[in-house]
Design a protein around this ligand. Structure first.
Ligand SMILES: NC(=O)c1ccc[n+]([C@@H]2O[C@H](COP(=O)([O-])OP(=O)(O)OC[C@H]3O[C@@H](n4cnc5c(N)ncnc54)[C@H](O)[C@@H]3O)[C@@H](O)[C@H]2O)c1
Ligand SMILES: O=C(O)[C@H](O)COP(=O)(O)O
Length: 529
């Protein structure tokens, strides 16, 4: 597979990709046209914050499987456009948290004690001892906007300096904030009003863009603003003015609306706005960590495994993964079988989890079942966009769970309906991840979901199975396995045949010609030879 790296990414992860047999090409600082050419045959593109991954770039890379963001923020990636094209977008959310938190603390110290100002003046030959007056942290209040991974680490570190902690984060529970010793406030204005230092740690979204404006800065009177999150969260002109006019004592900024920063950026002209060139994550270990983390995501995508840090696919904790992992592929298979038995038109899909599986986070399993259901309809269906495809198609999706179960530890049922007829395929994993279809339309079977399968419904009368077996022999189709189930003696039987090759149309026709045969459905699974 081809991996194109468009920003400076540490070699640790790239070496891992090469070891896994992939070609890695680096095209840092390329002109746009050159970049679009470079990604033409790419199966993965790895970026940092410097490359804009938009619809144009995605269209220039028709083979693309995954966009790997070697870092946290994905605001430079058009995630929706990627989702529409079935491209996974993954980031490395854990890898530079400490580096960024530490830089934020360093920036807080630097602005509070005017370290860069003193440094510059001294280098210029001026002893500014009596001009520089700093602020202490102890007894002051830190306001964190966005108490996520980095915000929490910053709160912990500055909390140790005897600061009181408040935070504004509408998506965080009060309980979690309490555990962190942080008072959660109801709105961002209160956060700015109560704080002496405000540190921003939200992602840049439609909701947070320009969230810090002139009015809000006025609430932080005689305080400091630190932004090591994203440019675009703050009205830069308003911030420059607020510091210039001494409404704020100072500000520390690592990220800018436009990067690299133009020389006329208003923040550069104000002494008490200290700046760094987006280097909060630039430590040796953070760079190695993000590189390795994103390489692992890319390899997972290439190998068809779940990309655990995908931002446009259902995600789940690492600890849950071993339990649900075997069901991800099985769900897709069950979805495919159910859909092929239904015959193409689907109105609703119900995915039911029973037993131990019902205790897990199963979003990705449901998405995988949908991927199987939509596989014949939409060549580009995958776990990322299958839910969206269902929505666009008006297909009702239901997920249900029950702890009650008989015979198995876990049971996964995919039921599809065209409004009149419903087909249910029940499946489970035996020991050592050995998948089985255990019931089709209520008929107990024990079929291996693999390769070429023929599902036959027939009258449960003597000689039918012999007839079918002989016919397969006549057509030189070898039976690899056979699983027969019936509801009641003399009623209807359902048999699943695993075949070594696809049955011909003539064979199927001959089967149908026999009055004892009610229905036959040939099912082809991609995982077959
Ligand atoms: N300067 C750098 O080099 C650097 C490095 C790493 C991360 N970052 C940036 O730091 C930011 C935080 O990263 P993180 O890993 O902590 O992310 P995170 O997802 O763990 O935390 C973000 C928090 O913001 C909260 N949030 C979302 N919308 C909000 C809103 N409208 N108001 C208040 N809170 C809101 C979320 O609930 C969440 O708790 C991101 O913007 C990321 O891109 C910058
Ligand atoms: O979101 C991030 O991870 C940081 O902003 C770091 O971005 P970078 O990889 O461009 O340094």
């Amino acid at each position: 597979m081809n991996v194109v790296v468009t920003d400076a990414v540490d070699d640790a992860g790239l070496a891992r990709l090469r070891q896994a047999g992939h070609d890695v090409e680096t095209v840092v600082d390329a002109e746009r046209g050159e970049l679009l050419e470079a990604v033409a045959g790419a199966h993965a593109v790895i970026v940092r914050s410097e490359t804009t991954v938009d619809a144009e770039l995605l269209d220039a890379a028709p083979e693309l499987v995954i966009v790997g963001r070697a870092g946290v923020g994905v605001d430079n990636v058009d995630v929706e456009a990627a989702t529409d094209r079935g491209v996974v977008v993954a980031n490395a959310p854990e890898s530079n948290v400490r580096a960024t938190a530490e830089h934020t603390v360093a920036m807080a110290f630097a602005t509070a004690r005017k370290i860069p100002q003193g440094h510059m003046q001294l280098k210029d030959g001026y002893w500014a001892k009596s001009d520089i007056l700093g602020s202490e942290f102890n007894g002051k209040t830190l306001g964190v906007v966005g108490l996520g991974r980095i915000g929490q680490e910053v709160a912990k570190r500055l909390g140790n300096l005897e600061m009181d902690l408040v935070a504004y984060d509408p998506y965080l529970s009060e309980e979690r904030a309490r555990q962190l010793g942080v008072e959660l406030v109801a709105d961002i204005e209160t956060c700015f009003r109560q704080a002496d230092f405000v540190s921003l740690h939200t992602p840049k979204t439609a909701e947070t863009e320009q969230i810090v404006d002139e009015d809000l800065l006025a609430e932080l009177e005689d305080g400091y603003l630190i932004n090591c999150a994203r440019g675009g969260l703050v009205d830069e002109a308003a911030l420059a003015e607020a510091v210039e006019d001494e409404i704020l004592y100072g500000a520390a900024v690592d990220v800018f609306e436009e990067e690299p920063v133009e020389p006329d950026n208003p923040l550069l002209g104000v002494d008490d706005v200290i700046v760094t060139p987006h280097i909060a994550a630039s430590t040796e270990s953070a760079k190695q960590n993000v590189s390795i983390s994103i390489a692992e995501q890319v390899i997972a995508a290439f190998e068809g495994n779940v990309v655990s840090n995908a931002v446009n696919a259902p995600s789940f904790g690492e600890d849950v993964y071993p339990t649900i992992r075997p069901y991800v592929e099985l769900a897709e298979t069950a979805g495919k079988i159910a859909m092929q038995l239904l015959g193409g038109h689907v109105e609703s899909v119900e995915v039911t989890y029973a037993g131990e599986l019902a205790e897990e986070t199963v979003d990705v399993v449901t998405a995988s079942a949908l991927q199987g259901v939509f596989a014949p309809l939409e060549w580009q269906a995958n776990t990322i966009n299958a839910e969206r495809i269902a929505e666009e198609r008006g297909v009702e999706v239901t997920e249900s769970k029950t702890r009650q179960i008989e015979d198995f530890n876990s049971l996964l049922t995919v039921e599809v309906s065209d409004g009149e007829r419903t087909v249910a395929v029940e499946s489970t994993q035996f020991a050592d991840d050995d998948p089985r279809i255990v019931r089709i339309q209520g008929h107990r079977v024990e079929a291996v979901p693999h390769g070429h399968m023929l599902v036959v419904r027939n009258d449960d009368t003597p000689g039918v199975i012999g007839f079918i077996g002989t016919l397969f022999g006549d057509y030189d189709v070898n039976i690899a396995g056979m699983f027969n189930g019936r509801e009641a003696l003399g009623g209807e039987a359902l048999t699943v045949y695993n075949l070594d090759s696809a049955p011909s149309d003539e064979l199927i026709e001959e089967l149908h010609a026999d009055e004892r045969i009610i229905e036959t459905t040939y099912i082809s699974l991609d995982n077959g030879e």
